[in-house]
Design a protein around this ligand. Structure first.
Ligand SMILES: *Cc1c(COP(=O)(O)O)cnc(C)c1O
Length: 417
């Protein structure tokens, strides 16, 4: 494998030898630093997806790389059959960041969501006193919590759900953003409300002001756990450590992942107080890799970075720039706008709805790619922007300029056809 391979060769080989469970943009990345990636042809792109917010601290963040490299030389895996010397500090640090008693470490986001579901059910039976196998969990329309069979059982996205049945029972799906809908759905057997404080995959949907506060109140009134999936919204992205902080709301369980692994390894966790996480006893839940020494070293470095508040502040300040600039693209092309219909989000995270007559989100992302910006569409004509929090203000402005150009190009093409 000494001869360098071209983009086309590598894409062809990838398509031939891997399942087609993704539809990637035709770019083959070879290396990256900070907010910029370089492809195999030497072209550079500003990364405005950041691994779906896994790369909040940038590609190759020096503090995270150092922690990982030091740990790689010493100890990488013990399994949880033994203690290791990196475990305590990570768990303590993350618990303190969350303001919770304890954490339960896993690897991927979906595993952490599964963990939260298991913990909530067990809490329901042992603490709340729900009859065996009767627990239900209230979840939201257009949710995204991962890809396991139980999680896709309560997805409302046909692509994610259909063909993978039979579905796991025990979930009630209600409209996102309506506290009333949650109140109506809760019954004596409800053990938890599970939601994303901002729905990322659905298009960076921000719920109405006061919603999270109301959810907290409803959960308290009904002795139901509030479980916040902050896998994408948490760890600095929105300008706070957690998206729930925006309303000063503290859920009973945080579900974390993505950026917790520093863009290096998969690290996920749930954080909760002892009266909740304490229901799990030896042998009842686990993971061979969860809480391994390398993961803990990286996770501890991430917790330290967040402890300074610097990244949250950057997300807040640059987020204001991003949203102001994107807001100026709203309106018909040539009439003061650039064909953007709506912009949503918080901090350095935006969902941008494009006039569908200009093209699909995919087409916008392809046009952006030709201009050196990597972004990802969600559904229909929506794209999302979530650059690493280390992005410079200059680069951020440059990316929005490229978006305006890309949209103008699509408008010209649409006008011709
Ligand atoms: C990405 C994501 C998940 C799933 O995480 P994986 O690591 O891909 O399993 C769950 N919930 C939310 C909100 C996510 O964004």
């Amino acid at each position: 494998m000494s001869t360098p391979q071209s983009t086309q060769e590598l894409i062809g080989l990838s398509e031939r030898h891997s399942a087609h469970n993704y539809h990637p943009l035709p770019v083959v990345v070879r290396e990256a630093r900070g907010a910029w990636v370089t492809d195999v042809e030497g072209r550079r792109y500003l990364d405005c997806l950041a691994g779906y917010s896994s790369l909040n601290f940038g590609h190759g963040n020096p503090a995270i790389l150092q922690a990982a490299q030091d740990q790689l030389q010493r100890l990488t895996l013990t399994s949880r059959a033994f203690f290791h010397d990196r475990f305590a500090a990570f768990c303590q640090g993350l618990a303190e960041l969350c303001g919770k008693d304890m954490i339960l470490p896993m690897n991927t986001g979906a595993e952490a969501v599964e963990t939260a579901i298991k913990v909530a059910r067990k809490w329901g039976y042992e603490v709340k006193g729900v009859a065996p196998d009767q627990a239900n969990i209230v979840v939201m329309e257009d949710n995204f919590h991962g890809r396991t069979t139980t999680i896709v059982s309560f997805s409302t996205d046909p692509d994610a759900r259909d063909g993978f049945g039979p579905a796991t029972p025990g979930f009630k799906i209600v409209k996102y953003g309506s506290a009333e809908a949650i109140r109506d759905a809760i019954d004596a057997n409800t053990v938890a409300v599970l939601l994303e404080p901002i729905q990322g995959e659905a298009g960076v949907l921000v719920p109405p002001a006061g919603y999270l506060t109301q959810v907290r109140e409803i959960c308290d009134e009904n002795n139901v756990l509030f479980v916040a999936d902050e896998i994408q919204s948490g760890l600095g992205r929105t300008g706070d450590t957690f998206a729930c902080d925006h309303e000063g709301v503290v859920p009973d369980m945080y579900v974390l992942g993505k950026a917790l692994g520093g863009g290096v390894v998969p690290v996920s966790a749930v954080a909760a107080d002892e009266n909740v996480l304490g229901v799990i006893r030896p042998g009842q839940h686990g993971s061979t890799f969860g809480g391994n020494p390398l993961a803990c070293a990286v996770g501890e470095a991430v917790v330290k970075l967040l402890g300074t508040g610097e990244f949250q502040a950057r997300a807040r300040e640059l987020g204001a720039v991003l949203h102001e600039r994107l807001g100026a693209l709203v309106g018909p092309t040539g009439e003061g706008g650039h064909g953007v219909v709506a912009v949503r989000g918080r901090g350095l995270w935006a969902g941008v709805d494009i006039d569908p007559r200009l093209g699909t989100g995919r087409q916008v992302c392809e046009a952006l790619m030709r201009r050196g910006v990597l972004a990802k569409d969600t559904h229909g004509s929506t794209i999302r922007l979530a650059p690493p929090l280390v992005v410079s203000e200059e680069d951020l402005n440059w990316a929005v300029d490229r978006l305006a150009e890309a949209l103008d190009e699509l408008a010209r093409d649409a006008g011709r056809s």
